[in-house]
Design a protein around this ligand. Structure first.
Ligand SMILES: [Zn+2]
Length: 143
């Protein structure tokens, strides 16, 4: 039995467990810390319970900031998991900076396909993601 399979393939120190990977692992934590500000989750620590509780509180919201938060968490989990598998099964690896970039790029691409009701706050949030004006919908019905 290969004991390395029991070790986290990101840091080679912690256990290969859900709690460690999301995001107690130093490598994964650094990726989370690199994207959480963009998700409006700068105050949320690297504990899955804290992240999950925050997600539950915004689960039904369609506000741009909350949709973005959900997308960022989803993309971060996906790419950390993918990187864990990449390092486990191939000699390839990406840097923290590359992983942060691919998370933000993926969320930005997804946001290009979405439309949000106009509000000053939404406008500000979308500006932070450098989305072109044409993608935003000015909704006259929005009070
Ligand atoms: Zn680790």
């Amino acid at each position: 039995m290969n004991l390395n399979l029991l070790c986290c393939s990101l840091c080679s120190r912690g256990p290969d467990s859900h709690e460690h990977l999301f995001f107690e692992c130093d490598e994964a934590k650094n990726i989370w810390y690199g994207v959480r500000e963009k998700a409006g989750m700068g105050a949320i620590q690297n504990s899955w319970n804290d992240i999950f509780e925050y997600l539950l509180s915004i689960a039904n919201s369609k506000k741009a900031a909350n949709v973005i938060a959900k997308l960022v968490v989803g993309a971060t989990v996906y790419f950390v998991w993918e990187e864990r598998n990449r390092r486990l099964f191939t000699p390839k690896r990406r840097t923290k900076e590359q992983l942060i970039e691919v998370v933000l790029f993926t969320v930005r691409m997804k946001l290009h396909t979405m439309r949000f009701r106009y509000s000053v706050h939404t406008e500000h949030v979308l500006q932070e993601w450098s989305l072109p004006r044409g993608l935003r919908v000015a909704d006259d019905d929005c009070g």
